[in-house]
Design a protein around this ligand. Structure first.
Ligand code: FES
Ligand SMILES: [Fe+2]
Length: 408
């Protein structure tokens, strides 16, 4: 039986990650009632453009209608139950079932079916079954059943920051979905602490000060801020300071890069970013100097992390697959800001794979290896749970919020 965190909580019990009882409680009381991130509004800007969101055994199609409104439906054909859409699948103005070609309008009404068909029972006013969906802050959100709180209340703690980033001016630049043999929370945890930077990502220490990272609780959510443009005291003397710093500066578009040995480097980077934003008319006019170089990650309850830089936003989304506590789907979706007047480019290909074999960036590959190793280790009868440091506060916060949501 799922139980609340112990008091005092020196160990977070591992059964939250491994037991079918916890997965079942989440299936019935978390995923139906939570607001879930679907995509940026720009991903489905035109009529007929769609995204699919699977959570456990549920699935929804989110589609832009001819009226410009976003609609969402359960991803199952009312004829015989065929799954209708997949990400990366066929697009078009309407949704056509692959099996008998019943075709649905973006408002969920039945448009057509094959000529000559006689119905034993007339389909009447059969429609796709709707799902609650809303757009806010340039993002699309859905709730499969009855939301526990309004979307505005849900987003209130992060609305100011997201508003200043003008996410309605961003477009998708990369999109990968991987199956991972782990619990969705195991994966969320690895992206929710900077304690591991010094041990498994030492290459970023010349550009990132992990010792000044802060974690703030924001109601259901949490916020982690990591300062860039300054070296970590954990950096080894032999680290390739110049090369790493140059590479990072180029990644944010500073060409030629500033000399990394220059005094006041962080301030100079901020000034260079400010000039670049104005010259290229990027939507950075409301960002603070710190936000021009730092990394702010919001962990949005329950399963989405919005990782903000001025030049790049990465979404990490962690979803259960089916009903097993040991199977999940991880999405890493990247966005970039559009310059003023720049047209939306074609969507990048939707890449899919298995975390153990797929090609991905070195940092992400290392993180996913940790996710898989954690899940295997937590299944041991000798593992009683997690002993967290202060740098892993966001992990504890998620568990406290899950307790309040599921076990109050
Ligand atoms: S199952 Fe969809 S048209 Fe038959
Ligand atoms: Fe990592």
């Amino acid at each position: 039986m799922p139980t609340r965190l112990p008091t005092p909580c020196t160990v977070i019990p591992a059964d939250r990650y491994t037991s079918t009882a916890w997965a079942e409680l989440e299936r019935t009381h978390l995923w139906p009632n939570a607001w879930l991130f679907v995509c940026f509004s720009s991903d489905i800007a035109q009529p007929g453009e769609r995204q699919v969101l699977d959570i456990g055994t549920e699935s929804a199609i989110v589609i832009r209608g001819d009226d410009g409104q976003v609609h969402a439906f359960h991803n199952t054909c009312p004829h015989r139950g065929m799954r209708l859409c997949d990400n990366g699948g066929p697009q078009g103005r309407h949704v056509r079932c692959a099996y008998h070609h019943w075709t649905w309008k973006p408002d969920g009404k039945l448009l057509s079916w094959p000529d000559g068909t006689q119905f034993a029972q007339p389909p009447g006013d059969v429609t796709l079954r709707p799902v609650l969906v809303e757009e806010r802050l340039g993002l699309v959100w859905l709730c499969f059943s009855t939301p526990k709180l309004s979307l505005d209340n849900f987003l209130a703690p992060i609305a100011d920051t997201l508003t200043r980033h003008h996410l309605d001016r961003w477009v998708r630049s990369d999109d990968i979905t991987l199956t991972v043999p782990a619990n969705w929370k195991t994966s969320a945890d690895v992206s929710n602490e900077s304690y591991h930077i010094r041990t498994i990502h030492p290459e970023v220490l010349p550009i990132m000060n992990d010792t000044t990272a802060t974690v703030d609780a924001l109601g259901l959510h949490s916020k982690t801020t990591v300062h860039f443009g300054q070296a970590s005291p954990h950096m080894s003397a032999s680290a390739p300071y110049d090369e790493t710093m140059r590479g990072w500066q180029e990644s944010i578009g500073l060409k030629p890069p500033l000399d990394p040995r220059a005094p006041h480097l962080r301030e100079r980077l901020q000034a260079a970013q400010r000039m670049r934003g104005e010259a290229q008319k990027l939507p950075w006019q409301d960002l603070t100097d710190a936000e021009l170089v730092d990394n702010v990650q919001f962990h949005l309850f329950p399963n989405t992390q919005i990782n903000l830089y001025a030049h790049r936003v990465q979404i990490y989304r962690h979803r259960p697959a089916g009903t097993s506590p040991h199977e999940m789907i991880f999405d890493q979706i990247a966005y970039r800001p559009l310059a003023e007047g720049e047209k939306r480019p074609p969507m990048p290909p939707h890449k899919t794979g298995d975390a153990k074999t797929a090609q991905q960036g070195a940092m992400m590959a290392i993180d996913l290896a940790m996710v898989i190793g954690l899940q295997r280790g937590m299944r041991s009868s000798a593992c009683d749970g997690l002993r967290l440091t202060t740098e892993e506060t966001a992990i504890r916060h998620l568990h406290e919020q899950l307790d309040a949501w599921l076990l109050a």
